[in-house]
Design a protein around this ligand. Structure first.
Ligand SMILES: [Zn+2]
Length: 135
Protein backbone atom coordinates (compact mmCIF):
# COMPACT_ATOMS: atom_id res chain seq x y z
CA UNK A 1 0.00 0.00 0.00
CA UNK A 2 1.07 3.56 -0.72
CA UNK A 3 -0.25 6.86 0.51
CA UNK A 4 -0.49 10.07 -1.47
CA UNK A 5 -1.21 13.29 0.38
CA UNK A 6 -2.08 16.41 -1.58
CA UNK A 7 -2.72 19.90 -0.26
CA UNK A 8 -5.49 21.88 -1.91
CA UNK A 9 -5.95 25.61 -1.47
CA UNK A 10 -9.38 27.15 -1.75
CA UNK A 11 -10.19 30.85 -1.79
CA UNK A 12 -13.82 30.05 -1.10
CA UNK A 13 -13.76 27.20 1.41
CA UNK A 14 -17.43 27.68 2.20
CA UNK A 15 -18.32 26.75 -1.39
CA UNK A 16 -20.25 23.48 -1.44
CA UNK A 17 -21.64 21.20 -4.10
CA UNK A 18 -25.14 22.36 -4.98
CA UNK A 19 -27.94 20.21 -6.37
CA UNK A 20 -27.52 21.08 -10.08
CA UNK A 21 -23.79 20.42 -9.88
CA UNK A 22 -24.40 17.14 -8.06
CA UNK A 23 -26.77 16.02 -10.82
CA UNK A 24 -24.21 16.88 -13.48
CA UNK A 25 -21.44 15.08 -11.61
CA UNK A 26 -23.54 11.95 -11.12
CA UNK A 27 -24.45 11.89 -14.80
CA UNK A 28 -20.80 12.11 -15.79
CA UNK A 29 -19.51 9.83 -13.02
CA UNK A 30 -22.39 7.48 -12.18
CA UNK A 31 -20.32 5.36 -9.79
CA UNK A 32 -19.67 8.34 -7.52
CA UNK A 33 -23.01 7.72 -5.87
CA UNK A 34 -21.93 4.24 -4.78
CA UNK A 35 -18.67 5.23 -3.08
CA UNK A 36 -18.49 4.40 0.58
CA UNK A 37 -18.01 7.57 2.57
CA UNK A 38 -17.29 8.05 6.26
CA UNK A 39 -17.60 11.82 6.32
CA UNK A 40 -20.20 12.58 8.99
CA UNK A 41 -20.82 8.88 9.62
CA UNK A 42 -20.87 5.84 7.36
CA UNK A 43 -22.88 5.98 4.19
CA UNK A 44 -22.81 6.45 0.44
CA UNK A 45 -21.27 9.50 -1.17
CA UNK A 46 -24.39 9.77 -3.31
CA UNK A 47 -26.28 10.68 -0.15
CA UNK A 48 -23.66 13.24 0.85
CA UNK A 49 -22.63 14.85 -2.42
CA UNK A 50 -25.00 17.81 -2.06
CA UNK A 51 -23.27 20.02 0.46
CA UNK A 52 -19.89 18.31 0.12
CA UNK A 53 -16.85 20.55 0.30
CA UNK A 54 -14.82 20.86 -2.89
CA UNK A 55 -11.75 19.07 -1.47
CA UNK A 56 -13.99 16.20 -0.35
CA UNK A 57 -15.47 16.07 -3.84
CA UNK A 58 -11.95 16.09 -5.28
CA UNK A 59 -11.09 13.04 -3.18
CA UNK A 60 -14.07 11.08 -4.49
CA UNK A 61 -13.58 12.17 -8.09
CA UNK A 62 -9.91 11.16 -8.01
CA UNK A 63 -10.82 7.76 -6.56
CA UNK A 64 -13.51 7.33 -9.20
CA UNK A 65 -11.07 8.13 -11.99
CA UNK A 66 -8.46 5.74 -10.61
CA UNK A 67 -10.91 2.89 -10.12
CA UNK A 68 -12.49 3.44 -13.55
CA UNK A 69 -9.07 3.22 -15.20
CA UNK A 70 -8.44 -0.05 -13.40
CA UNK A 71 -11.82 -1.54 -14.25
CA UNK A 72 -11.27 -0.66 -17.92
CA UNK A 73 -8.24 -2.96 -17.98
CA UNK A 74 -9.91 -5.69 -15.94
CA UNK A 75 -8.18 -4.91 -12.70
CA UNK A 76 -9.90 -4.33 -9.41
CA UNK A 77 -7.94 -2.58 -6.71
CA UNK A 78 -9.07 -0.83 -3.59
CA UNK A 79 -8.53 2.91 -3.30
CA UNK A 80 -9.55 4.72 -0.15
CA UNK A 81 -9.29 8.32 0.87
CA UNK A 82 -10.08 10.96 3.37
CA UNK A 83 -10.09 14.74 3.42
CA UNK A 84 -9.42 17.11 6.29
CA UNK A 85 -9.13 20.85 6.60
CA UNK A 86 -5.65 21.77 7.85
CA UNK A 87 -5.93 25.41 8.85
CA UNK A 88 -8.35 27.32 11.03
CA UNK A 89 -9.56 29.48 8.18
CA UNK A 90 -10.14 26.27 6.22
CA UNK A 91 -8.32 27.53 3.17
CA UNK A 92 -5.99 24.53 3.05
CA UNK A 93 -7.26 20.99 2.87
CA UNK A 94 -5.41 17.72 2.71
CA UNK A 95 -6.65 14.89 0.53
CA UNK A 96 -5.12 11.55 1.35
CA UNK A 97 -5.39 8.55 -0.93
CA UNK A 98 -4.46 5.06 0.15
CA UNK A 99 -3.80 2.85 -2.83
CA UNK A 100 -1.53 0.20 -4.27
CA UNK A 101 1.97 1.25 -5.25
CA UNK A 102 1.21 0.55 -8.89
CA UNK A 103 -1.65 3.05 -8.89
CA UNK A 104 0.49 5.73 -7.29
CA UNK A 105 1.90 6.91 -10.61
CA UNK A 106 -1.63 7.65 -11.88
CA UNK A 107 -2.87 9.27 -8.69
CA UNK A 108 -1.47 12.74 -9.25
CA UNK A 109 -3.00 12.84 -12.70
CA UNK A 110 -6.34 11.73 -11.25
CA UNK A 111 -6.19 14.53 -8.66
CA UNK A 112 -5.43 17.07 -11.39
CA UNK A 113 -8.29 15.78 -13.54
CA UNK A 114 -10.61 15.98 -10.54
CA UNK A 115 -9.58 19.60 -9.89
CA UNK A 116 -10.08 20.47 -13.57
CA UNK A 117 -13.55 18.92 -13.53
CA UNK A 118 -14.52 20.80 -10.40
CA UNK A 119 -13.19 24.07 -11.79
CA UNK A 120 -15.09 23.48 -15.01
CA UNK A 121 -18.36 22.80 -13.22
CA UNK A 122 -18.13 25.27 -10.39
CA UNK A 123 -15.93 28.03 -11.64
CA UNK A 124 -12.45 28.69 -10.39
CA UNK A 125 -13.24 28.07 -6.76
CA UNK A 126 -9.85 26.86 -5.68
CA UNK A 127 -8.08 30.11 -5.18
CA UNK A 128 -7.18 33.37 -6.74
CA UNK A 129 -6.03 33.30 -10.34
CA UNK A 130 -2.44 32.63 -9.40
CA UNK A 131 -3.10 30.16 -6.62
CA UNK A 132 -5.48 27.45 -7.61
CA UNK A 133 -5.74 23.74 -7.74
CA UNK A 134 -3.24 21.23 -6.51
CA UNK A 135 -0.56 22.64 -4.25
ZN1 LIG B 1 -16.27 10.89 1.54
Amino acid sequence: MAILEVGLVSSRPSKRVDEPTAKELLSRFPHLADHACRQCGYGRFGDKIIGASLPHLCEHLAIDLLVSEQLAVGSRQLVAGNTVWLDKGQRLAKVRLRLSAELLENAESAICQAVETINELMGRSWGSDDQSGVA
